[in-house]
Design a protein. Structure first.
Length: 120
């Protein structure tokens, strides 16, 4: 009896994990447009197939750092004006010298998006 319950739990966990991976790759909503930016944050993590926080607000002249920490999953950061290499770990940084809203994405995962709001 215990072996069949254990098998059922394993099957459910694997199915839930697969559903989660598929949702992250294809159907996860774009949160960056709806979430208010985190004021003063300048470190962004690429993990669990998302950028966190998805939106930040920084003063002009701030260097924003993206940290790649998603196990064996590769990511990059692409935007008009800057681009990181594809990487599984490490970091990428960009200094924002102009005010405005800068939207970025991961070219490998269509629903991984974010934005940097730069103020005076």
């Amino acid at each position: 009896m215990r072996a069949s319950i254990r098998s059922l739990c394993l099957a459910l966990a694997l199915t839930a994990g697969l559903v989660g991976v598929l949702a992250a790759c294809t159907g996860q909503p774009d949160r960056s447009a709806s979430e208010p930016p985190v004021v003063g944050a300048h470190d962004i993590t690429a993990k669990d197939l998302q950028f966190s926080p998805t939106a930040v607000q920084v003063p002009r002249g701030t260097t924003v750092v993206w940290r790649f920490d998603d196990g064996a999953v590769s990511h990059d950061v692409k935007a008009d004006g800057f681009s990181s290499p594809i990487q599984k770990q490490g970091s990428f940084s960009h200094r924002f010298d102009q005010t405005g809203t800068f939207e970025y994405h991961c070219s490998l995962h269509a629903n991984m998006t974010g934005r940097v709001v730069v103020t005076d």
